[in-house]
Design a protein around this ligand. Structure first.
Ligand SMILES: [Zn+2]
Length: 436
């Protein structure tokens, strides 16, 4: 389909023209065909007047566990390890495919309505998530997050479920939907697995040219226990087994050493900052200035809704900016609104190897419109400042993913929210939490 957006004000993330005014953006098929102040020649199947709205690239949410939407607010008030062991793991043990499908669709609906067009997700029953993402229309890098709690001496890829899950997910889904779905190799974390499992996953990634997705140094205790056990940090012990050979994403990176960050910079690993989840679970604050000074790229993620408790990337941007001011502001000037917007869009796209996150000709048409006539966005002295510090997810009035409008003026065009609600309340919640 061909669509022409006219009267466009846009934050492009393209250094050649960061802010556009009175512009035209043409979309043909899945790509942006042209961007400029001259009306492009030719006929368009639809023309959209963007007066009063601001266009920006759709958000790239680089670390999520989308079905955890079912656990929104569950186990609130705990630190990470109590929350995981006493609340989340027991509930997750009851999840079946139907629950995961309902949770994934609910999470995807929330993401789409608040402007996300691409995610990197790590969770179990991953093929069910792939089906949901394919139908919803957004791009998704999916990972099954290998865990292995057995004796390392007993490890065998034939008996480790997550080895089988990696193989099935890759064979059935890598590249599905003309590249809409990509598969990442993944270890859940250093503390939930062991060297033979790391070696197998690293070998699988290298064999198939896959990126890696791992939780790294999220809490101080995780980081220090790893040093006690292996004599080195999670980033560096995993590197010894070849885990980072193809680059990828390291979620959290709250306690990285300088050596860790330099290693990641060398390997092409992007830090995914999840400030709301880190604050809610009292894990700490990732030192973004330090990571950047060590040469690392930083992207943003919400983490799962169970520790956030939303998928709103506007909230994530504002929190990221404010918490750096609070924690490290004395020694550094403020991260600019443009820096924060880059973390939420183009940096994430680059981390996932996706040609998106920028409004420019030839890029994937992942675009959102934000209603700047809303009271919280008026007046506007600086568009980027309003996007980072004033906007919220409910200001999004259109979401176009891969050239297709999937959400417009409150209406979902690929998902049935009433049916999703019925599946969540009628099946998934009673199944995992009990009761009626
Ligand atoms: Zn996570």
């Amino acid at each position: 389909m061909s669509i022409l957006f006219e009267n466009v004000t846009a934050v492009t993330m393209d250094p050649a023209q960061p802010v556009l005014k009175d512009a035209f953006v043409a979309v043909e098929g899945t790509q942006i065909a042209s961007v400029g102040t001259e009306r492009p020649a030719g006929e368009f199947e639809r023309t959209i007047d963007c007066t009063g709205k601001v266009m920006m690239p759709g958000f790239v949410n680089c670390h999520t566990h989308v079905p955890m939407a079912l656990m929104r607010g569950y186990g609130g008030g705990c630190d990470l390890h109590t929350w995981l062991n006493d609340y989340i793991f027991p509930v997750e043990a009851k999840l079946d495919d139907w629950c995961v499908a309902a949770g994934a669709e609910l999470g995807l609906a929330e993401m789409i309505a608040s402007g996300t067009t691409c995610i990197a997700d790590m969770y179990m029953n991953t093929e069910i998530i792939a089906q949901a993402a394919l139908k919803a229309g957004i791009s998704a890098d999916l990972a099954c997050g290998a865990v292995y709690f057995g004796d390392p001496a007993d490890f065998s890829p034939e008996t480790c479920n997550d080895c089988e899950n990696h193989i099935r997910l890759f064979e059935n889904w890598h590249g599905a939907g003309d590249g809409q779905i990509l598969v990442d190799a993944s270890i859940h974390a250093e503390y939930t697995s062991c060297p033979p499992a790391w070696e197998w996953v690293a070998g699988f990634a290298q064999k198939h040219g896959l990126r890696m997705h791992v939780h790294v140094s999220e809490t101080l205790s995780e980081h220090e226990k790893c040093i006690d056990k292996y004599g080195t940090t999670p980033a560096q012990i995993l590197d010894k087994y070849g885990v980072w050979q193809n680059g990828g994403i390291a979620a959290h990176c709250v306690y990285l050493s300088g050596g860790d960050a330099e290693l990641f910079a060398k390997r092409g690993v992007t830090a995914v900052h999840n400030p709301v989840s880190n604050l809610k679970l009292r894990s700490g604050v990732a030192p973004l200035f330090f990571l950047r000074d060590c040469g690392m790229s930083v992207a943003l993620g919400t983490d799962g809704v169970a520790s956030n408790n939303s998928h709103d990337m506007f909230e994530e941007m504002k929190t990221a900016a404010l918490v750096q001011n609070y924690s490290f502001g004395e020694d550094h000037s403020q991260l600019s609104a443009a820096d924060i917007l880059a973390m939420a869009t183009v940096n994430g796209a680059k981390a996932l190897g996706r040609d998106t996150g920028v409004i420019a000709a030839g890029k994937t048409a992942d675009l959102i419109l934000v209603d700047f006539t809303a009271p919280n966005l008026f007046p506007c002295h600086d568009i980027m400042e309003n996007l980072v510090y004033s906007a919220n997810g409910s200001n999004v009035c259109m979401n176009m993913a891969r050239g297709k409008i999937i959400y417009e003026d409150g209406e979902f065009l690929t998902l049935d929210l009433d049916r999703i609600r019925a599946e969540v309340t009628g099946y998934a919640l009673p199944h995992i939490f009990g009761g009626k």
